[in-house]
Design a protein around this ligand. Structure first.
Ligand SMILES: [Zn+2]
Ligand SMILES: [Zn+2]
Length: 188
């Protein structure tokens, strides 16, 4: 059993071709691979009236409600929604760093999604943000070089970024974190 997994996609991420039809909230609830579970579908996929049903379904199974916000252009809208936390795509551009500050002022936890894939400059990220070690992406770059300078500057969360039932795992993320001497921060 994992301690925590706050980055999980379901069939609410309609435009994401990696999501399979079997990846429902109900399936994740049945599997219960972690003690603390949050669902974090793409915010832009919930903007056609799906948010209410999304929130209701997730709360019914006792999970935390998150959304994955794709950079600065979605931040003002995302701040209006009653979520428990944000997962944020922070590309290496000023607009994304500036909007990140706005997200932080909500007082809700903000997790920087797979920053090694986006070349996010962690020097420009507020220290109250949580930095993700993402099982889907961590191994795809030189993660030692990327994360090592920041291991004492941030709290870290490990995520599956599951889009399919068999991705509900954090094996590689835990391996990388152990190599870096990073301990997991439990958000809730
Ligand atoms: Zn992402
Ligand atoms: Zn994601």
């Amino acid at each position: 059993m994992l301690q925590q997994d706050l980055h999980i996609h379901t069939t609410y991420s309609k435009s994401d071709s990696a999501v399979v039809p079997e990846q429902t909230v109900a399936l994740v609830a049945a599997v219960r691979h972690a003690n603390i579970i949050g669902i974090s579908d793409h915010f832009e996929c919930l903007m056609d009236g799906d948010f209410e049903g999304y929130e209701t379904e997730i709360r019914q199974v006792g999970f935390k409600v998150g959304v994955e916000v794709d950079g600065h252009s979605w931040v003002d809208e995302a701040k209006n929604y009653d979520v428990d936390y944000y997962i944020y795509h922070c590309r290496d551009q000023n607009a994304d760093y500036r909007s990140l500050e706005k997200l932080v002022t909500t007082g809700k936890p903000v997790i920087i999604a797979h920053p090694n894939m986006f070349h996010t400059n962690l020097n420009h990220v507020p220290s109250e943000c949580l930095v993700e070690i993402n099982n889907r992406y961590v191994w795809r770059t030189d993660w030692k070089q990327y994360y090592a300078p920041f291991t004492n500057q941030f709290k870290f969360v490990f995520s599956s970024d599951a889009h399919q039932p068999n991705w509900l795992s954090q094996t590689v993320a835990h391996y990388a974190a152990a190599q870096l001497g990073i301990e997991e921060h439990l958000v809730f």
